[in-house]
Design a protein around this ligand. Structure first.
Ligand code: HEM
Length: 438
């Protein structure tokens, strides 16, 4: 066995600069030069890139017990505590088993009318010929939907404060991971004071919501909090309920928002695909006659969503750290190695995708992939995204509503660069223009 080759062979500090400027480009060059796994030759620890589906399957699924989440998750845990995304081992396993049924399609069905209602209210505020700044608009819309689905509350103060906290929490995590030196949180900088205030306030707001809910019985309220309260004790398990709510909010928000942003951007640049979509969704009939569960069967709509998450996977990279030495093909992976399973690289790999840069929803017409780990928008193995059905329903509903109401035209260039960290953010504004369908 031999260690993975290092790329590029410059000084590690030079490499770090290049990597920080554009990790996607850096990783693409590394993968195209030495294949998979390839050591990224960085000064911040031993990192190797994986772009081979068989190896990704080994790390994420078949030999997952040899891996933990990466060091970056320590920063995520500062905001999310010990929820599903950050916990490990027996605790994670127990909670995943408990929460999984709540995300089953039949359970989620109850949430869909509210998702439809929120989307339709939002679209009714948009005017003919309006320009839309997608990142901020989708950020607001998907957060409202998620808050309604998790902690449905008629208290506007709770919703607006929680929105602010989720946005701050996400930025806080990203900035902390990005900064090379992490100041201890007891140092009273402005940012740290804001963090502590945000954590205390989110705690209080979630507690208030639970108290209100338990005082009225709250059996008829269809949201995930109700489900959590049937499985956990509002008082004894409060910390766990709070951490799971915060986790779902943060894990489910920016991912869905970016999924929508990139998809609407792609559609604005492909009027012919919009027309095919319109033909499919226009046949659906009125809302009253719709069976929202059948949305998942809308064939072409589903293909558009899948293809857009192939080109722009909202989570572009999942990192795992080796607990003990392992073997990937002919390569030795030392203990402590952090393996970047690049979803982006897997989704653009020329050996697995014909014409990988092309937006072509037809490639999903028949699932004829060479390897089941070549397409992983929701991850793979036991830590697969628990919210995937929710996200797909939400994206389908919003896509149907957009395409039925408006034609989308581009106001930003077709090729947009990235500002990737945990998620695949665009590095510039992404705008479209809406024209009402008559
Ligand atoms: C388009 C939207 C979404 C995408 C692309 C996405 C993607 C992912 C990916 C790739 C992972 C695996 C991370 C890893 O293995 O390290 C993940 C995990 C997770 N996601 Fe999602 N997600 C989306 C929406 C959601 C939603 C709506 C929720 C909740 C309501 C959610 C909750 C979670 C949680 C809790 C985990 C951790 C699961 C575990 O470790 O057991 N996600 N997601």
């Amino acid at each position: 066995m031999k260690p993975p080759k290092a790329f590029p062979e410059n000084s590690k500090f030079q490499n770090l600069k290049k990597f920080q400027a554009s990790p996607i480009l850096y990783m693409k060059e590394a993968a195209r030069t030495y294949g998979s796994p390839v050591d990224l030759n960085l000064p911040i620890g031993k990192f190797a890139l994986i772009s081979d589906p068989e190896q990704a399957q080994h790390v994420l699924a078949s030999n997952h017990e040899n891996y933990t989440k990466s060091n970056g998750y320590k920063q995520v845990a500062l905001v999310l505590g010990n929820g599903l995304l950050t916990s490990e081992g027996e605790e994670w396993h127990r909670n995943r088993k408990m929460l999984q049924p709540s995300f089953h399609k039949n359970e989620l069905r109850k949430l869909l009318p509210a998702v439809w209602e929120t989307g339709s209210q939002y679209l009714s505020t948009l005017a003919d010929n309006q320009a839309l700044r997608l990142d901020t608009e989708m950020n607001g819309l998907t957060l409202t939907i998620l808050l309604n689905s998790l902690i449905h509350s008629s208290d506007e103060e709770i919703l607006s404060k929680m929105s602010g906290h989720v946005n701050f929490g996400q930025e806080f995590i990203v900035n902390r991971i990005r900064s090379p030196f992490k100041w201890p949180l007891w140092i009273p900088t402005k940012n740290h004071r804001h963090y502590h205030a945000m954590m205390t306030d989110s705690n209080d707001l979630i507690q208030r919501t639970i108290e209100e809910r338990t005082s009225i019985g709250g059996k008829d309220i269809e949201d995930l909090l109700s489900v959590l309260l049937t499985k956990l004790d509002a008082k004894k398990d409060f910390i766990q309920i709070r951490d799971e709510i915060l986790t779902f909010l943060v894990a489910g928000h920016e991912t869905s928002s970016l999924g929508m942003t990139w998809m609407l951007h792609l559609l604005a640049h492909h009027p012919e695909i919009q027309n095919r979509l319109f033909e499919e969704v226009n046949e659906l009939g009125d809302y009253e006659s719709l069976d929202l569960m059948n949305f998942a069967n809308l064939k072409y709509t589903g293909q558009v969503i899948k293809e857009s998450m192939r080109l722009y996977p909202p989570i572009w990279n999942v990192v795992r750290k080796a607990k003990a030495q392992d073997r990937l093909g002919e390569f030795e992976i030392e203990e402590g190695y952090q393996l970047m399973n690049s979803i982006y690289e897997l989704h653009h790999h020329p050996d697995y995708w014909e014409n990988p840069a092309l937006f072509d929803p037809d490639r999903f017409e028949t699932y004829n992939f060479k390897h089941k780990f070549q397409y992983l928008p929701f991850g793979g193995g036991p830590r697969f995204c628990i919210g995937n059905n929710f996200a797909l329903f939400e994206m389908t509903i919003l896509l149907v509503q957009f395409v039925r109401t408006f034609k989308l035209k581009p106001l930003s260039p077709k090729e947009i660069g990235f500002n990737p960290l945990l998620t695949l953010r665009p590095n510039q504004l992404v705008n479209i223009q809406l024209t009402k369908r008559t």
